[in-house]
Design a protein around this ligand. Sequence first.
Ligand code: SF4
Ligand code: SF4
Length: 387
Amino acid sequence: MDTTVASVFCDSYDEKKVDAAVRRTIDLLGGIGSFVRPGMTVLLKPNLLAGTDPKKAVTTHPTIIGAVARILIAHGCSVLIGDSPGAGVRYTPASLRRAYRRSGITPLGNIPGVSLNYDVSHTTCASPDGTVVKRFLIISPAVSADAIITISKPKTHLLTTYTGAVKNLFGLIPGHEKSLFHTRFPEAEVFSEMLIDLHGAVRPVLHLMDAVTGMEGNGPMSGKPRDIGLFLGSTDPHALDYVVSSVIGIPPESIPTISAAKRRGLLSPDPLILGDDPASLHLAPFRLPDTKRPAGLRMKMMRRILSRLQHSGRSITPYPAVIPAACIGCGACERICPVDAAVLRNRVAEIDLSLCIRCYCCHESCEAAAIGIRDSLLSRLLFGSRQ
Ligand code: SF4
Ligand code: SF4
């Protein structure tokens, strides 16, 4: 695989700047004709985790999606924008309409040649080389399109530490089907192996990344936006994630998708970077999620030891806690929880920690920021209080 990563400075979502950065990035990789032919239908797969204001940096910015779409249209392609939002919402035309509207994507459907996906069917797709999953249910437009181009967003992530090009693919799994994978693979390491198998099932022709602004802290939903100032692209999602995680100060080896790619021999130790040097940005490291504090390695070892001594190592793993005063009773956490640990009682969410597998989907799904992350007493005794 070609491990070249194109990187171009872009310090705002001003349309002219974005157009220039997107065009230069794609040109550095050989031009759009290297990936698609005129007449093709191309699925543009942004990160549409939830319908939220683009300023919150949860979703791929609509200006970026529009710039990529216009390049494809000018090349003679048709563009379909599609994703299955992950935040505990049902995968229905109505929920898609809401997500498009709230994330500023709706007007893109007015560009001639561009449509927004409302097909909520799914199709089985094989991943012949998969090591933990060999067949996936995938949203149908990703299977019927002639090519897929992803546009991810770099963010911290409570479960996988970082989400970028590889983790973005999880949005191709329809609706609540995602919860099944959290149940089957509650540990980030095996979950990440599954994501690599998923890549093998869909094989996008190009991975682009909106790193004009990313997210730090308790991402992917409730962290804080952080300016980065880059737009990037590569045909290799692992090389792209490796470069971006290094730029934002998250050691690549601490990211389970990157470690999994390395174990499988899919990670080039030295990706070639074309364009602007991202290291020259000298960014201060992104703040990690509360679930991945610096004592992570020590905690991980302790968890392994405890898991042998106890029924499980959950006793020192940070846990989700409902803030009742902030809960609006929307039920998103109840719908997304893969093990029915989150339930609504009298229109306020409650979490049964004896069932909870610490996948943090409820935190990710809560638009009211009513689910916090807490350390257990044992964890506080062993590692001290979180700052
Ligand atoms: S905690 Fe309350 S507001 Fe948050 S997702 Fe659950 S029900 Fe909705
Ligand atoms: S309650 Fe536990 S198992 Fe359920 S979604 Fe939240 S973190 Fe995951």
